[in-house]
Design a protein around this ligand. Structure first.
Ligand code: F6R
Length: 236
């Protein structure tokens, strides 16, 4: 594992964007696994700025996102599809048809999960997976539990996750209770993993995840078993 400590959010974001743009330059048709949430916004902004300058070209890149709320359409401003479109995809030259976010309104959600895994397999896996970490140690929406969930699946969000994500909604009651998330196989089979975290509040869970026991009670702890993990942390 490579741990990079940065002085602030901007430096963390810039460093993460550096690693992602290097990936795109080395392999222009790469598959990027992407995350939503507050943490990667600066990274996406930096990548968009470099795209504007002509330094990085996303025209052949394919992306596959980690998760989506159940019951919310991609046109809803609270959906992760909407988040990705507004914060990243609409600012770069990626082809919309090359961007994938699980559907939270699929009629047959089990089928959606299976097709999502198949799509990742058909892509030949993920070249670089970007991750954030939840306060309870979740990655994607793989919440703490009795076992690691292997495949894309439906998950009931923990109350702490609902509470944390309620900042994006008008009240905690409005946060969907269920989500669809990529499972650990697709994440762990990514050729490279880049985990970003910022803020003092993340320090404790990050330490447990990176140096403590490998346990499904702290889903991110499985990342200790990955052979190419980079973590960028800024305490500010
Ligand atoms: C969202 C995702 C989540 C977030 C985590 C941290 O796609 O994968 O695991 O990375 O909840 O969220 P923030 O960055 O808002 O602290």
């Amino acid at each position: 594992m490579k741990l990079i400590k940065e002085k602030n959010y901007e430096a963390m974001s810039r460093q993460a964007a550096n690693i992602i743009s290097a990936q795109v330059i080395i392999k222009p048709d790469c598959v990027l696994g992407l995350a939503t949430g507050s943490t990667p916004i600066g990274t996406y902004n930096q990548l968009a700025a470099w795209y504007e300058k002509g330094d990085v070209d996303f025209s052949r890149v394919r992306t596959i996102n980690l998760d989506e709320y159940i019951g919310i359409s991609g046109r809803d401003e609270h959906s992760y599809r909407y988040f990705m479109d507004k914060n990243f995809f609409e600012k770069i030259n990626i082809k919309k048809e090359n961007t994938f976010v699980p559907s939270g309104i699929a009629k047959d959600i089990e089928k959606e999960c299976k097709e999502y895994d198949r799509r990742i397999k058909d892509f030949g896996g993920i070249d670089l997976q970007l991750l954030g970490i939840g306060l309870d140690g979740h990655i994607g929406f793989n919440e703490p539990g009795d076992c690691f969930q292997k495949n894309t699946h439906v998950v009931k969000l923990h109350s702490s996750t609902i509470e944390a994500n309620s900042r994006f909604f008008s009240s905690p009651e409005k946060v969907p209770e269920y989500a669809i998330t990529m499972g650990m196989i697709s994440i762990m089979q990514a050729k490279k993993i880049l985990l970003i975290a910022n803020g003092k509040a993340k320090e404790d869970i990050l330490n447990k995840a990176l140096y403590g026991a490998i346990t499904p009670q702290i889903p991110a702890s499985i990342l200790q078993l990955h052979s190419d993990l980079t973590v960028i942390y800024s305490e500010e």
